[in-house]
Design a protein around this ligand. Structure first.
Ligand code: SAM
Length: 276
């Protein structure tokens, strides 16, 4: 019988975030496939664990993936981890999960630290509907083309970015979505210098032009306004409330959001929603 592949998330900065289940999984498996074995060795030392390690990183996923698969098929169990956060999310792992799925090897995903979810939750921007864009293309032309496709995106958007590219990315985001669009820059999450800067794209681009940023960032960008500006009636408001209720918002939150989006009185819309 095939062994199991466990996807084990690791801290994104604060070692205290390693879960008991993650540590127990490392202790139980036959071997660990790690993005950088030196980084994982430090974590294992912290957990006082010893375990055979092999390297599974972006440039060897083909060959190393086959090695992991054959060991799994022979009955060994494996924990896959990356340097920080959840494997397979803008990190190696996606291909290995697909390979296991294609070969009927069980895969268990253990919940844990993930920069995008941590940032979304603290952003202060709408969380009910969001889209994760990962890293934008490196090439400026491709990056702008990608951003163009997102011009009308109404959901909150999340981007990963390396600090040395942040200034250029903020200016591209501002050009694509408008300088007034709100953004939360979530920096060094879970670390000593954790910071959440809630501002606009224009102000953020200006701020970092003068002072290049340090540390790791997730950018959480407000979605496009739901509808173009025009005069909306209470009936339009009720329709929007209905859609938001179906999306899982509470009545109070649905009314608050619909009133804000359509420029209606929250009290009047709430009263109408209670009647309807
Ligand atoms: N798989 C990881 C996860 O689940 O979060 C993401 C890995 S991706 C290669 C690294 C990117 O995640 C960084 O460039 C940054 O955008 C974001 N990131 C990771 N740790 C972070 C932190 N402590 N604070 C803010 N962003 C972080």
């Amino acid at each position: 019988m095939a062994g199991t592949l466990y996807l084990v998330p690791t801290p994104i900065g604060n070692l205290g975030d390693i879960s008991r289940r993650a540590a127990e999984t490392f202790a139980r498996v036959d071997f660990i496939a790690a993005e950088d074995t030196r980084v994982t060795l430090k974590l294992l030392n912290h957990l006082e664990l010893k375990k055979p390690l092999m390297s599974y990183y972006r440039h060897n996923t083909g060959e190393a993936g086959q090695q992991v698969l054959s060991r799994l098929l022979s009955g060994e169990s494996c924990a896959l981890c990356t340097d920080a956060g959840t494997p397979a999310i803008s990190d190696p792992g996606e291909d290995l999960v697909a390979l296991c799925a294609a070969n009927d090897v069980p895969v268990v995903s253990i919940p844990g630290p993930c920069a995008l979810v941590t940032a979304l939750a603290v952003s202060g921007l709408p969380t009910a509907r969001f889209v994760f864009e990962g890293f934008l293309p490196m090439n400026r032309k491709n990056r702008r083309a990608r951003l163009e496709t997102l011009a009308g995106e109404e959901r909150t958007m999340l981007f990963y970015e390396a600090p040395h590219k942040l200034t250029a990315t903020l200016s591209d985001l501002s050009a694509a979505f408008g300088a007034e669009r709100r953004v939360s820059l979530c920096r060094e999450l879970t670390k000593l210098h954790e910071e959440v800067i809630r501002t606009t794209l224009g102000q953020a681009a200006e701020r970092y032009k003068a002072e290049p940023p340090r540390g790791e960032f997730v950018l959480v960008v407000e979605g496009a306004p739901f509808w173009a500006e025009e005069d909306f009636t209470l009936e339009d408001g009720l329709e929007r409330v209905h859609i938001l209720l179906e999306q899982g918002l509470s009545r109070k939150d649905a009314v608050r959001q619909a009133a804000k989006e359509l420029g209606l009185s929250r009290n009047e819309l709430y009263a109408a929603a209670l009647e309807g």
